[in-house]
Design a protein around this ligand. Structure first.
Ligand code: IMP
Length: 197
């Protein structure tokens, strides 16, 4: 089984990558140095791709410093974009979640509730960097619902959702079938397979 290191401190993201890629023959593990996920610096940018590329550049430097440059490494940056609040929370999604939370987002919205998630995944293949993008269209619920997942999952209803379920009311498999991250990682898997990696 091929191994992919995932540079993230978010166990929800790791679980979703494992849910999707493990059945396809990939073992996904936290990228750790001396048993710890290394800290990396996120640049101030209004662009998810810029952030993902900055993260992978730091990750590749860390791999090199460990003599592990031949290994593969995955990073990703995601954001929630709400049409009624242009570019918000967007690249500030992590900060906004910490400051006002899902409740705060619900208080800001009226009737216009369409939104989308974007994921930009950057993969170091052992030789080069490849970028994959996934998008999920949906809407913001009227109230928080569900216990699964993480982040904004309790308030996001993907358009494909049967019965208007939020991501937090779905299993990891159901979420991955529609989600921004699922789409980006399926594109990544197709690339790895086509490439014979
Ligand atoms: P990050 O910068 O990619 O880690 O994510 C930005 C913010 O969006 C964090 O607060 C995450 O919790 C949140 N987020 C990222 N992906 C998802 C998701 O799939 N569902 C819900 N929230 C997410």
């Amino acid at each position: 089984m091929a191994t992919l290191n995932f540079l993230t401190g978010n166990s929800g993201k790791l679980t979703e990558a494992q849910t999707l890629l493990s059945p396809l023959g990939w073992e996904i593990q936290f990228f750790e140095i001396n048993g710890e996920v290394p800290e990396i610096v996120e640049p101030q940018s209004d662009n998810l791709t810029t952030v993902a590329l900055a993260k992978i550049a730091q990750g590749v430097e860390l791999l090199a410093s460990q003599g592990r440059l031949q290994e593969s490494l995955l990073v990703e940056d995601s954001g929630l974009f709400i049409d009624a609040l242009p570019q918000f929370p967007g690249v500030y999604s992590a900060h906004v979640l910490k400051s006002i939370g899902c409740d705060g987002i619900l208080r800001l919205l009226d009737e216009e509730r369409t939104a989308h998630f974007l994921t930009v995944a950057a993969l170091w293949t052992g030789e080069a960097v490849e970028v994959f993008v996934g998008r999920c269209d949906g809407s913001i619920s009227m109230e928080m619902k569900g216990e699964s997942g993480f982040g904004y999952d309790p308030i996001f209803i993907p358009d494909e959702s049967q019965n208007g379920l939020t991501f937090a009311e779905m299993t990891s498999e159901e979420k991955s079938a529609y989600s921004h991250r699922g789409r980006a990682l399926r594109a990544l898997f197709d690339y790895l397979n086509d490439d014979g990696a």
